[in-house]
Ligand binder design. Structure first.
Ligand SMILES: [Zn+2]
Length: 178
């Protein structure tokens, strides 16, 4: 069922479907007056009652529901949760941590190798004024058992401890200066 009429028919004297207040239904009306392009008064051709033009409810309803449909917010699709992007700092920190772990493992390997090679050696207590030679086993108060991997004259030694390679000094102190 269509209520739309060709535009040329919408003129005073023309006929149009409209809601009749008296008939309480959509009936055929004659346009009595218009204001600009809007129909103002109509005459019901069924009951001959003149009244303000009221668009057929069906049209109104359709228009209303159409308007509602367009204005009604579409249910927003939930945005896919973005994976939190790893920051440069976080990545660097992770890499550094991994590198530190790798380094510790490498140190431990070397240290274990020394340990098995010099299992017979008696570890000397490390002290600043001590004298240490290549491959010597020493015991450090903080780092524990270590092995001298390199002597850097005049007074430095490189020592392999369980988790790290350290450079220590020797020949320093009251009884040093050899
Ligand atoms: Zn009527």
């Amino acid at each position: 069922m269509t209520f739309a009429k060709p535009l040329e028919e919408v003129r005073v004297g023309g006929e149009i479907d409209a809601q009749c207040t008296k008939c309480r239904r959509v009936t055929n009306h004659r346009i009595v007056s218009m204001q600009d392009d809007a129909i103002k008064h109509v005459l019901c051709l069924t009951c001959s009652c003149q009244h303000n033009f009221r668009a057929p409810a069906a049209v109104k309803k359709a228009a209303a529901s159409k308007a509602k449909a367009t204005t009604a917010a579409k249910p927003k699709e939930p945005r896919p949760a973005k994976e939190p992007k790893e920051t440069k700092e976080a990545r660097e920190a992770r890499d550094a941590k991994k590198a530190a772990v790798d380094e510790r493992e490498q140190n431990r390997e070397k240290w274990n190798e020394f340990k098995s090679r010099f299992s017979h050696a008696v570890a000397v207590e490390y002290s600043l004024n001590g004298d240490f030679g290549q491959d010597q086993a020493l015991n450090h108060a903080k780092f524990g058992l270590g092995f001298v991997t390199r002597v850097m004259l005049p007074n430095k030694i490189e020592v392999q401890f369980e988790e790290s390679l350290k450079t220590l000094v020797m020949h320093v102190g009251p009884s040093g200066n050899r």
